[in-house]
Structures are given as C-alpha cells and as structure tokens.
Design a binder for this molecule. Structure first.
Ligand code: UDP
Ligand code: MG
Length: 314
C-alpha cells in the first residue's frame, strides 16, 4: 500500500505567517518521508482563497524550487470550507490532513495522526484540550453552539475544528455529499467509519490576524444548524401551536369584556398582542426564508469555486 499524504492548507491573506508555515510543514513532511511513514510522493497543497495580499507570490516562489509544494489559486474568496473542498477535490491522496495556515493547531501532531492511520483508522480528529487561547466571546459562544447543536440532535465533536486526517475511503464518502452549503465538520462526523481522536494544545496565532470575524463565525454556525437540522422549522410549528392556543384564550377574554361593556379599555392589550404576534410571524417567515434560500442555492447547483490555476499539479 502506498501511503501518499497530502496536507491541505487553506490560506486567505496570510502573508505575515505563510513563509513560516511553508518551512515548518516542509520540514515535517520530509521527516515523515525519511521515517518511511509516508510515501515520497507526499505533498503540501496550499489553497489560496482569493487573497489580496502577497500570499500567492510567496507560495509561488517556494513552488519553483520544491515540487512538494502545490498551489491551487481560487479566482475569488470563497471561504475556508470551500477552499478546503477545492483542495480535497483536486489532489490524489491515500490520506489527507487539513490544517489552518496559522499552525495554531500543532502541526507536529500530524505524525501521530499518520500513525493512527497506519493502525487502520479512517478518520483522525484533532481535538484541542482547552480553549484558553480563545477570547472570552469566542469561548462562551462556542460552548453555547456545541450545547445547542447537541440539544437539537446534531452530533458534532466538541473542540474539534478543521484539523483532521481522512483516508482515501473517507474522502470518497465525503465526495458523495453533493450539498452546496457545506459544514465539513458535520458531514465528516456523518460518514461514520473507524475513527479516533488526538488531543493537543492549541497555540496562539504567532502572526497575522484571525480571518474569522464574529459574523463570519456566526454564519458558519448557522450553516451548521440549518444544513443538519430542521429543528428551527419545527420550532415555528410549536410556537404557532402555542400562540394559537393563547389567541383562543384572548378571544374568550375579548368576548367576556364585550359583554361586560369594557371593550374600549382594551387598547393596551390589543397593541401588545399585535406587536407580539407580528414579531413571531416575521421571525417565522425569516426562518422559512432561510431554508428556502438554501433550497434555492442547492437547486441552482452552481459551481462552488473557480480555479484560476494550479502550480505543481499532481
Ligand atoms: N481562511 C480562508 N478563507 C477565508 C477565511 C479564512 O481560507 O475566507 C483560512 C485562513 O487563512 C486560515 C483558516 O482559514 O488558514 C482559519 O482561519 P483563522 O485562523 O483566521 O480562523 P481562527 O483560527 O481565528 O478561527
Ligand atoms: Mg487560526
């Protein structure tokens, strides 16, 4: 069996750190080859997600002298999930490891991941031990997100993001998922197969800033929820049922008030009920709209990304 490893690294405006990352990953892959853990054809595949800084030039300069470094240039910024997928779809590997360009996830763990693969695991999840390098906001919102996901029945691994190893078989299964709005973490978990976890300490970013604003993160969480659960839709039905019941009570109240000749006094309650129910109706329409929007995206079936060029193609 050939053990060709491809490390896929999505990059968006990472000029401050990319050189460091290239050197570290190159050293790692050479060590793995020397130790006979992976085949000499193993490579590092950088996916440049439409960066507008010097990221592309820097990677390209390394590609010239080192065939082990492959570069896929996307024509525009499509987001980390799609960038990773572009990498996965354009390499031929026995095992793929995805890792962020800032190497916050300890890249030396990749060696342990490979060993697990050689033991027969199809998916190896990198899980962080603690979240102490995260901001307070990120820590608490992440905690809430995992709790909420588990409550509504979406099984995702806590403290695992995109750092993982997948075997050829796992990749084949992944490619069977044709959806356009992707939440890789959820899909990979869905695949099943024999898997294990490796725990590591996540480091701080040594250079550059996070490319995930709070809103980008919120968007990812929402994609996660809506692509794996129809719970929000069901919630509308429940809210609708409850509010209908309350309306009946209000109806009784109105009729009784009428017979007591006290109807005009009801201005406050009317305005309150109108406000309350308008709120619920608009919110419900919004949630339905969200799903409808997703259906539209899926139906259109547009290509997820466009590749500008590939350097050191396999
Ligand atoms: N990234 C990307 N496209 C984007 C945003 C981010 O390819 O639109 C990459 C980024 O270069 C990095 C990874 O996704 O390699 C994770 O981003 P970041 O480290 O900024 O996220 P954080 O660790 O702060 O969650
Ligand atoms: Mg990071």
């Amino acid at each position: 069996m050939d053990n060709k490893l491809i490390i896929i690294v999505p990059c968006y405006n990472e000029e401050e750190i990319i050189e460091y990352t290239i050197q570290k990953l190159n050293l790692l892959i050479e060590n793995l080859i020397n130790e006979n853990l992976v085949s000499p054809q193993s490579k590092i595949c950088f996916v440049n997600d439409g960066s507008i800084d010097k990221t592309e030039e820097i990677i390209q300069s390394y590609c010239k002298n080192n065939p082990k470094i492959m570069l896929i240039n996307l024509s525009s910024n499509s987001g980390q999930q799609i960038a990773m997928l572009a990498g996965i779809n354009n390499v031929d590997a026995d095992m793929i490891v995805t890792i962020d360009a800032d190497l916050q996830d300890n890249h030396l763990i990749i060696k342990d991941m490979v060993k697990k693969y050689l033991e027969g695991y199809q998916i190896v999840y990198g899980c962080r031990k603690k979240r102490e390098t995260d901001s307070f906001l990120k820590k608490t919102t992440a905690g809430m997100f995992y709790k909420f996901m588990n409550k509504i029945g979406i099984q995702i691994r806590e403290n695992h993001s995109e750092f993982r190893l997948m075997s050829r078989l796992a990749i084949e299964k992944l490619k069977e998922y044709k959806e356009k709005t992707i939440f890789l973490r959820g899909i990979v978990q869905n695949i099943g197969l024999k898997s294990t976890e490796i725990y590591y300490d996540r480091l701080e970013r040594t250079a550059g800033k996070t490319k995930y604003s709070f809103f980008k993160l919120l968007e990812l969480a929402w994609t996660g929820i809506t692509s794996f659960s129809i719970f929000p839709l069901r919630l509308i039905t429940i809210i609708g049922a409850v509010t209908s019941f309350i309306s009946i009570l209000i109806l009784f109240y109105g009729v009784i008030s009428y017979f007591k000749h006290a109807a005009v006094q009801g201005w406050t309650s009317i305005i309150m009920t109108i406000a309350f129910f308008s709120g619920i109706i608009i919110m419900s329409l919004g949630i339905i709209g969200e799903y409808l929007g997703k259906v539209l995206i899926e139906v259109k079936n547009r290509p997820l990304y466009h590749i500008k060029d590939i350097i050191n193609k396999m």
